[in-house]
Design a binder for this molecule. Structure first.
Ligand SMILES: Nc1nc2c(ncn2[C@@H]2O[C@H](COP(=O)(O)OP(=O)(O)OP(=O)(O)O)[C@@H](O)[C@H]2O)c(=O)[nH]1
Ligand SMILES: [Mg+2]
Length: 446
């Protein structure tokens, strides 16, 4: 195995930079350049001189992590130097001249995975953690890295292993025609497992939304003030506003973070039947935005009597969209022109700003309510989502097999399939290709 080296801090000039070196020759290569004795067994930090061909390059701080007590699991040295890009390059170059190889993106983390320091879903969580830009996505990444998610997958795996073992035991005694596993109980166990998987799958949409920003579609008839509302929510003149109906023709998207949760507000073209081809495209895009949205702000003009069209519109918009998954707000805009009382919903004025903060808080609250607390687990990773759907399909086969009283060996095959797909998440079962895609997401040096 080669010893790898990379600059782990972002490229450019900073106060300090960290160069990481890991592998069997890490200590030998490092001590060749450092005014330090070769490290022994304990992690330690020391001040040292870094020399290249006898010339002083920098005064550095060296942290030594002997195997297995390092991120990668191998002997590792981290050199904190001054952040000049010349110094960084000189140190890296010296390490490479002495036998290290430049690390590939994510290679340190890949080694950590191969050395069993973390499983695959945790390695992916490291990438998410590095990418996280708000409190909520940070929390999700941390819970995937350290929290309930890994435990939950482990438990599911263990249950599947136990069930399979039980069935396969029967096979050994097949001559005697015994059933160790009570079929009814087996059915019950698989069924509860299947429900747990379904719950996880169901959490994906919101989990993914939190990671990438919760999509909020602003929809309604032309001229009701959708673009004005977008601007008011963002406190910015982002979208063109005009008294001419049909002003917005494309979707306009802008992110905004409220209290640690990032939202993607999407202004859409006004919904009306039109012969104008551009407007029709806008209409289609608006419908698409509605489908993808977690939150829908249905905006209407408060000066127009509610019953006239609004209810029909809402019913029409939500036709064949699973409403359980959507958080819907009815927004009565232009409240400055229409005296109360207002129908149920949020009365706002995008023009004066009245009710806009309240609307923001209400959106935040509604989304928060759907986020499980810290031990509740949410799915945020598309790869895991796909794998779990396969697990669910295999478990359905198992249940069907049990219902049809199929022989144990056939049922065991489907259980093994479920186990296989579950294993792809944590990395018990992987291909080089899968590993390649996952780790290429990382930066060099992580
Ligand atoms: N008085 C008042 N006027 C508003 C309010 N919100 C929007 N308007 C006006 O209503 C008109 C339409 O506003 P827009 O925000 O462009 O409406 P829209 O829904 O985006 O319209 P389309 O893009 O054409 O579908 C503009 O003249 C706005 O100034 C409000 O709260 N009060
Ligand atoms: Mg508009």
């Amino acid at each position: 195995m080669s010893t790898i080296a990379a600059i782990s801090t972002p490229s450019g000039i900073g106060g300090i930079a960290v160069i990481r070196l890991s592998g069997p020759e890490a200590f030998a290569i490092a001590s060749h350049h450092l005014s330090l004795p070769r490290p022994t067994v304990r992690p330690a930090t020391a001040f040292a001189h870094f020399r290249r061909d006898g010339e002083l390059v920098d005064e550095v701080v060296v942290t030594v992590f002997p195997t297995p007590h390092s991120y990668t699991g191998d002997d590792t040295v981290e050199i904190s130097c001054h952040g000049s890009s010349y110094v960084q390059q000189a140190i890296l170059q010296a390490l490479i001249d002495s036998g290290a190889r430049l690390a590939e993106p994510g290679e340190f983390t890949r080694r950590a995975f191969l050395n069993g320091k973390l499983n695959l879903s945790q390695a992916e969580a490291v990438a998410d953690l590095i990418d996280s830009t708000n409190a909520a996505s940070h929390q999700l990444a941390l819970s995937q890295l350290r929290g309930g998610y890994a435990d939950l997958l482990d438990q599911m795996r263990q249950q599947l292993v136990d069930l399979t073992a039980l069935l396969e035991l029967e096979l050994d005694f097949s001559e005697e025609d015994v059933e160790f596993a009570d079929r009814k109980q087996l059915h019950h166990l698989v069924d509860s497992l299947r429900q747990e998987v379904a719950r996880l799958i169901g959490s994906f949409q919101l989990g993914n939304a939190i990671k990438n920003g919760v999509p909020v579609a602003i929809v309604g008839r032309p001229n009701v003030g959708k673009s004005s509302l977008l601007n008011a929510l963002l406190a910015d003149d982002r979208a063109i506003v005009s008294p001419i109906p049909g002003t917005t023709r494309d979707t306009i998207e802008e992110t905004f973070t409220i209290d640690g949760l990032t939202f993607r507000f999407i202004d859409t073209a006004g919904l009306r039947d039109s012969d104008d081809p551009v407007e029709s495209i806008g209409f289609d895009r608006a419908i698409k935005a509605i489908r993808k949205a977690t939150v829908i702000l249905f905006v209407r003009d408060a000066t127009v009597p509610f019953t006239e069209y609004a209810i029909d519109d809402i019913a029409y918009l939500l036709d064949d969209i699973p409403q359980k998954e959507k958080i819907i707000f009815i927004v009565h805009n232009k409240a400055d022109l229409a005296p109360p009382p207002y129908p149920p919903g949020n009365a706002v004025s995008a023009k004066t700003g009245t009710g806009v903060d309240q609307l923001k808080q209400d959106i935040l609250k509604a989304v928060r309510r759907r986020i499980p607390n810290s031990d509740g687990v949410m799915l945020t990773n598309l790869r895991h989502y796909e794998a779990l759907r396969q697990v669910a399909a295999s478990l359905d086969e198992v249940l069907q097999g049990l219902d049809n009283r199929l022989p144990a060996d056939l049922v065991a095959i489907d259980l093994r399939n479920a186990l296989h797909h579950l294993g792809t998440i944590t990395g018990q079962v992987t291909t080089d290709e899968v590993l390649g895609t996952i780790f290429s997401r990382f930066c060099v040096g992580k």
